[in-house]
Design a protein around this ligand. Structure first.
Ligand SMILES: Cc1cc2nc3c(=O)[nH]c(=O)nc-3n(C[C@H](O)[C@H](O)[C@H](O)COP(=O)(O)OP(=O)(O)OC[C@H]3O[C@@H](n4cnc5c(N)ncnc54)[C@H](O)[C@@H]3O)c2cc1C
Length: 237
């Protein structure tokens, strides 16, 4: 979010009506776009449905996860999506099959100009709740050991093909680099953490420096994974 805010309409799907979790049989679940991923995993665990554990530690809701094709631990949400219900900006409501959606790394084309209302998830297998909990614990433990605790927006840059943005930033000697209170995490170099009062301008300036140094030393131009509300990265970085 830019320091000066955003001129525009913000829609929140925080009402419980958008947080549905409905079992449809055969390992399929209907989830509302406002359901938090953490709650999705908790409800799936209670229902004895295995297959969604990789989503547990990703902050956010189903709608944001669909738009971003959020992923972790070797999976991404579209691995488990069968269809998405969306509303176009002219108010038409449509159900789109996964095969008709253009999905890529941290990207779902159709949701650039439409609002996800819910999704049919699939591929769950029946399992004992404690086995699912154990798997979630393994992922949580891994996240806690490899990611910073301070406030951040998650990974800043996309991983370039065959490499990791964090590794490149670390190899460029940038862990701990700061602009104001924005700091390249010393735990995971692809996170910029807020050490107190970092502004959006501080974070953007640090991103500029990181990107320039990695390009200079490694010859790779990193592209942002995080989105900038109300502006385009190409106009800012
Ligand atoms: C500490 C930390 C760790 C993170 N780890 C991961 C990770 O492991 N993997 C990962 O992929 N991401 C990760 N993220 C990033 C973030 O959690 C994901 O991108 C998540 O999917 C964002 O969901 P959200 O609901 O908060 O969406 P927002 O951030 O609010 O929105 C993201 C985008 O989706 C759009 N959007 C939101 N809801 C809808 C909707 N219903 N329909 C259409 N568009 C919509 C918004 O307009 C915006 O463009 C992390 C973030 C943090 C802070």
């Amino acid at each position: 979010m830019p320091d000066e805010g955003v001129e525009g309409l913000v829609i929140s799907l925080g009402n419980p009506a958008w947080q549905t979790f409905e079992q449809m049989g055969n390992g399929r679940i209907w989830v509302g776009a406002g359901l938090r991923l953490k709650n999705l995993c908790g409800l799936a665990t209670k229902a004895g449905l295995m297959g969604f554990e990789f989503l547990e530690g990703i902050p956010g809701n189903v709608g944001g996860a669909l738009r971003m094709n959020a992923g972790a631990m070797g999976g991404w949400i579209f691995d488990v999506v069968e269809e998405v219900q969306l509303m176009t900006l002219t108010g038409d409501i449509r159900v789109v099959k996964k095969a008709d959606l253009h999905v890529a790394y941290r990207h779902c084309e159709e949701l650039h100009d439409a609002i996800a209302l819910g999704a049919l998830l699939t591929h769950a297998t029946a399992a004992a709740s404690d086995a699912i909990t154990r798997q979630i614990d393994v992922y949580r433990d891994k996240r806690q050991k490899t990611q910073p605790r301070e406030p951040s927006a998650g990974c800043v840059f996309k991983n370039p093909d065959g490499d990791s943005a964090g590794r490149l930033i670390d190899a460029a000697g940038l862990k701990g680099a700061r602009v104001g209170d924005a700091e390249v995490s010393t735990v995971h170099a692809n996170f910029i953490v807020n050490r107190g009062k970092a502004t959006s301008a501080d974070i953007i300036e640090l991103m500029r420096r990181v990107r320039a140094r990695v390009e200079e030393t490694k010859g790779i131009r990193l592209e942002p994974e995080v989105l900038l509300y109300g502006k385009k990265w190409r106009d800012v970085l």
